[in-house]
Design a protein around this ligand. Structure first.
Ligand SMILES: *Cc1c(COP(=O)(O)O)cnc(C)c1O
Length: 337
């Protein structure tokens, strides 16, 4: 990846586009079944650009509870995009909302002084729900309900590649009917930086202006886009990350931990003492983060089978002390991505 970055053909993307960046954008647009796409430095900026495009000040937007746009983007949906967040319960399974819940929440004709709901923001896979996958038929039904209620639809697909690999369907099968979609190149795919936001040509033209407003226009972006192109070549091997997450979860359950069965590369562990457990893992040389009241462990491009075995050995049984973990070691980092 670093060699590809060093060798990248570049231009000035602020002036008249960078050829490598353009190649990346068009390749991602193709994968997502979108007309056009735009590189952004981060997934948060990609989501924010979509929300700024769709929302008017004071518009309400719907999203499944715990969504990244609700809980993990420092309130920019309200602060910068002017939206009123409306979290929806996961009434259709982990990370998923039902078509009827969307219809109910969207409301219908209402008095002039009522809140105006204009956008549904979906998330696949749903991070805080443990990398939970929404299947194409479920996605299509929810999008149809939103459209019927005259809502626009944005899909936070930071982890859409994982959903696509887990389901064995092309990514474009999971974007049907949406207005805009954001995908990350930096998560399991391992690029150091970069996301892409996709939609219509009109959307991308506006998104380019919004990106510049937010300070996200870059010049010789090909250096970064080259990393993104290598990252895309790694989509198929996400299946290995999913297998490793299974091995990790199984190993944790064998050791008495309450680890769920992962749908993708995220393992959530239910514990009585969240802060204490994260600290205990860290002290043992396994980095994890608290997420939705649980301990979140993650597999990604830089985690090997041997790392999983090491992590399980270091974590040990739920009641056991961290004995045997003494001494210096380089940390395994399942929590980073
Ligand atoms: C990581 C993530 C993002 C944001 O990505 P950054 O590049 O860290 O800003 C958005 N949505 C979801 C679901 C994510 O997991």
């Amino acid at each position: 990846m670093r060699a590809a970055m060093a060798a990248a053909e570049v231009g000035d993307d602020v002036l008249d586009r960078d050829p490598t960046m353009r190649e990346l954008e068009l390749r991602v647009a193709g994968l997502l079944g979108a007309t056009d796409a735009l590189w952004t430095p981060s997934g948060s900026m990609g989501n924010l650009i979509a929300l700024m495009h769709h929302l008017g000040r004071g518009d309400a937007f719907l999203a499944p509870a715990g969504a990244h746009v609700l809980d993990n983007e420092l309130g920019t949906a309200a602060w910068l995009a002017g939206g009123m967040p409306r979290p929806l319960e996961h009434d259709a399974g982990a990370g998923k909302v039902s078509p009827s819940a969307v219809r109910r929440a969207a409301g219908g004709e209402s008095p002039y002084h009522a809140l105006r709901t204009t956008l549904l923001c979906l998330e696949n896979t749903h991070n805080a729900a443990g990398g939970a996958v929404t299947a194409p038929d479920e996605h299509a039904a929810v999008v149809a309900a939103a459209r019927g209620a005259k809502l626009k639809v944005h899909l936070d697909g930071a982890r859409l590649w994982h959903a696509s690999v887990a389901l064995g369907v092309p990514p474009a099968a999971l974007t049907v009917g949406v207005d805009t979609v954001q995908v990350c190149l930096s998560k399991g795919l391992g690029a150091p930086v970069g996301s892409v936001v996709a939609g219509s040509a009109e959307f991308v033209a506006d998104a380019r202006r919004l990106r510049k407003m937010l300070g996200g226009g870059v010049r010789q972006g090909g250096v970064l886009a080259a990393a993104g192109l290598v990252a895309l070549d790694r989509i198929d091997r996400l299946a290995e990350d999913h297998d490793r997450a299974h091995t990790l979860a199984e190993g944790l359950r064998d050791r008495g931990w309450q680890a769920g069965v992962p749908q993708t590369n995220i393992v959530l562990v239910e514990v009585a003492d969240l802060t204490g457990t994260v600290a205990r893992f860290e002290a043992a040389g396994v980095r994890a983060v608290p997420m939705a009241g649980k301990v979140r462990l993650m597999t990604h491009a830089d985690i090997s089978d041997a790392d999983i075995a090491t992590a399980l050995r270091r974590i040990g049984p739920i009641d056991g002390a961290t004995a045997g973990n003494g001494g210096r070691r380089s940390p395994v980092r399942p929590g980073r991505r």
